[in-house]
Every structure is written in structure tokens, then in C-alpha cells.
Design a protein around this ligand. Sequence first.
Ligand code: ASP
Ligand code: MG
Length: 403
Amino acid sequence: MSLIVQKFGGTSVKDAQRIRNVAGIIAETYLQGNDVIVVLSAQGDTTDDLIAKAEEINPHASKREMDMLLSTGEQISVALCAMALESMGLPCVSLAAWQVGIQSTSVHSDARIKKIDSERIQSELDQHRIVIVTGFQGVDRNGDVTTLGRGGSDTSAVALAAAFRADLCQIYTDVDGVYTTDPRIVPNARKLEEITYDEMLELASQGAQVLHNRSVELAKKFRVNLEVVSSLERKPGTKVKEVTKVEKTNIAGVAKDTSIARVALIGLQHNPGVAFQVFDLLSKHNINVDVILQSIGREATKDITFTVHKKDLEEVEDILNEHKEALRFDHIEADEHIGKVSIVGVGLMSNCGVAAKMFEALYEAGINIQMINTSEIRVSVLLDEVDVSRAVKAIHAKFFDEI
Ligand code: ASP
Ligand code: MG
């Protein structure tokens, strides 16, 4: 007997028929003699619809109230799924995060799970019930509901798998695994049989939307056996693990991200402490900064350019302008129409020609690179947003069609 965590995304539970389908998968796993903890997302576009509802009433609603609203989506899913299992005569119980004791920080809309109480779930499992838990949410120390950031249900699932030392954590979705790139852009993208935590982490944080990046971080930290599988078709998915057995061609995949904006602070003083001041200020406002580039300016000044999420752009400009006197910059240049394309692969560490091959593909496609940024196993380029799809196609073809 094993303990298996099964997470189902929004499309997998979008209507009654899909919920019955999911209940079937859960039932099969349970009837094979396993303990099952299920984690669900909100149905279909529910979270987006709730955001739209809020905007009709107050576009500047507080994050606390947004969390109160958005967390209802997952509560609907778990109750409906429990009803489906009940109708099949299976013992089960649905639980919201506050009932379980999924304790999180208080950063509304972007909370982190700190600890999961085990008593309630363990006692349900001991009574041989299937436990169905709301994804995407936690409860802070004041007892307020928080949410974990868009796509956060994956993280709920992995955190539960880690807390209960599950034998397997399956992430069921509407695609059948992790691909070398987005198959909607490149129809001949390949499905990966397996991928390392590090590669998956880079791909997820660079815009591949299969898994929430924090879920992969957690999976790596706690060595959670992770698997991405389709809820609609019965076929093997992609395993995410420490090392992979497949012989390493150069890269695992190509990711794109068009949700970013670029901010350039022009004419900063060329003194020690300037970068610290800027990024300390942004981090105090919980703004995530990605690619950072400092360029040699003129005379006693320099420019610092960085990227942020598009949704944070307005706030970033406000914060910086508010502190213009202390930071002593000349002006801000912001660009929302940019995108990032990245290649990821553990093979990058030992193959120096890989980056050059990526740049060659862009050159052949006549695409201009604005900024370049690398990690041990990743190379990212910033481009005009209009060039992103073309860049993905060109790079994917270069790496995967020429083998
Ligand atoms: N329902 C949330 C969202 O749409 C969380 C999730 O689906 O993972 O972002
Ligand atoms: Mg998701």
C-alpha cells in the first residue's frame, strides 16, 4: 500500500463530466489499496471569473479580500468531487486549507506554505477516507485565508506530498506531460519521458506553464517523486526527478515568457550602494525582479535595467518615482512589449557551443537580442514581444530538427 497525492488542474475539473472522470481516476487508485490525498484547483476559468467580478466592484480591492474571494473557487471543486465519490459509495471528506491547517505566511495573493498540520488528514486516512483538499490556499497565523499565487495548487500538492512523505505526487493536467516546448507554437515538440528537478525548475520559472515553479523547488528540496500526467488520456506522462537516465543531448527544452516588462533607471549615480538601494526597496514591496543588467553610463552616472512581471510595472514605477530624490536617477524608461526566450538543459554545463547555437538560430531568423542572461543550465534572451514565437520556432528547430 502506498500514499499517493493526486492533483487535478482547472481544466480537469471544469464541469460535471470532468469531475466524474476525475472521481474515476481517484477511485481506481483508492481501490487498488492506496491511501489517497487529492488536491484540486478551481473549475475551469473560475479564478479569472472571480477576478473579473471583483474588478467590477472595486479594481483596487485589498489583497486580503481578493484572497477571501478567490479561495472560494477551490472550495467548490473539492465539495463537488467529494459528492461524486460519495455517489460511487466511496468514503471521502473534503477539507479547506484552514481545516487541514495548511499554515502560510500572511503575504496575501503570494503566501508561502510554512507548515502543514498532520492530525486531521492523518485521522481521516486512518479511517480509510479519501481526503480532498483545496489547492492554492493557506491560512495565516491570524486565521485569515491566503492564496499562494496563480497556479499555486501544484505547490499545495507537492507540499502535502512532502509533509506526508507520499510515495508519489501526480500532477494531472490537460497535457500529457512536459514537452520540449509549447506544442501550440511548435507542433512537433516532443514529450519528455523524464526531466531533472533543476531543468524543470528553470523551465517553470522561465514561463513553461506546466508546473508552478515553487512546486518544483519544494519537490527538489524534499525529493518528492513527481509525475506530470494527463487526466484525459491514459498514457505515460513525464517523471521529474534528481537525475535522468536518458543520454543528454544538449538541451531539455525551450521556454517563453511574455508576462514580463523591462524597466531602465537612467542616470543613476556611480556610487557604491546604489544597486542595493534600488533592489532593497523593491524587495521590501515584495516585487520579484528577474534579469538585471548594469551598464557603464556616461561620466559619473550609470544605468540599471531589469525585468519585472507586467502586473507589477505600475507599482514599480510608482515606488521608484516616490524615491526619486533618494535614488538620484534621471528618468525611468519602461517597456511592456518585450518577451523572454530561454533554453534549458543540464548539458549546458559541459557544452560551450550551446549558447552560440541559440544565438545562431536567432541570427538566421533576423531577430535582435536586447539582453542576455544565463545560469549554469540556462541561457535566456530578451526580445521584442512580437519576435517571441518566431524565436521559439527557430531555436527549437535548431536543437531538435538537426539531430
Ligand atoms: N485556481 C488557481 C489559479 O487559477 C490556482 C491553480 O489553479 O493552481 O491560478
Ligand atoms: Mg496550473
